[in-house]
Write a protein that binds this ligand. Structure first.
Ligand SMILES: CC(C)(COP(=O)(O)OP(=O)(O)OC[C@H]1O[C@@H](n2cnc3c(N)ncnc32)[C@H](O)[C@@H]1OP(=O)(O)O)[C@@H](O)C(=O)NCCC(=O)NCCS
Length: 145
């Protein structure tokens, strides 16, 4: 069954696998360790019957501002509400910490994620030219809490 819990460093190989299989980005193991130290209760993973199937990794970019750095769910587990559950848990954590804005960047071509975020109340506020290493533009989206 689905369970959400804080990330622990032993999750690093699993979250790296989820990123590798889901996205064009690559992140070093040290980045996940740093995020864990930066915001323990904000870095949330989803376990399904004991396997790590998704996670959300955020940063605090200001006293009242949060940024979602990575959100991903393993492909075979998508469209079952896991991404929404991660976003809801993270939004609650932001509320507890007194955040007023959550922002994120998404590839312009990633229409499924853009729809997903729009459903959750995020609005596109800016285009970020050549934001990604391969030259693709990003879309800045944000939600006020
Ligand atoms: C974006 C992502 C995290 C969504 O996770 P998820 O567990 O599939 O999300 P949910 O099941 O909670 O979906 C909620 C809604 O988002 C939309 N959605 C999610 N994935 C979709 C897809 N592949 N195609 C179309 N709509 C999609 C649906 O409208 C869905 O609403 P519904 O339940 O009314 O059908 C997941 O697709 C993913 O990991 N994608 C690859 C990584 C990525 O792009 N991350 C975001 C980059 S910033």
């Amino acid at each position: 069954m689905l369970r959400l819990r804080p990330f622990s460093p032993s999750d690093i190989p699993h979250v790296r696998y989820i990123v590798e299989s889901s996205m064009k980005e690559e992140y070093p193991a040290s980045m996940f360790f740093d995020i864990h130290n930066h915001w323990r209760d904000g870095f949330i993973v989803s376990d399904y019957s004991g396997s790590t199937v998704g996670f959300i990794a955020p940063l605090k970019t200001g006293p009242k501002r949060a940024r979602i750095l990575v959100l991903a769910v393993l492909e075979t587990f998508r469209c079952q509400g896991i991404g929404t559950a991660l976003m809801t848990a993270f939004t609650n954590e932001c509320g507890l910490k007194g955040m007023s804005v959550i922002e994120l960047e998404v590839r312009e071509s990633n229409k499924a994620a853009i729809r997903f975020y729009a459903k959750l109340g995020y609005q596109a506020v800016d285009v970020l030219p050549k934001f990604y290493k391969d030259g693709e533009d990003g879309l800045k989206m944000l939600r006020n809490l």
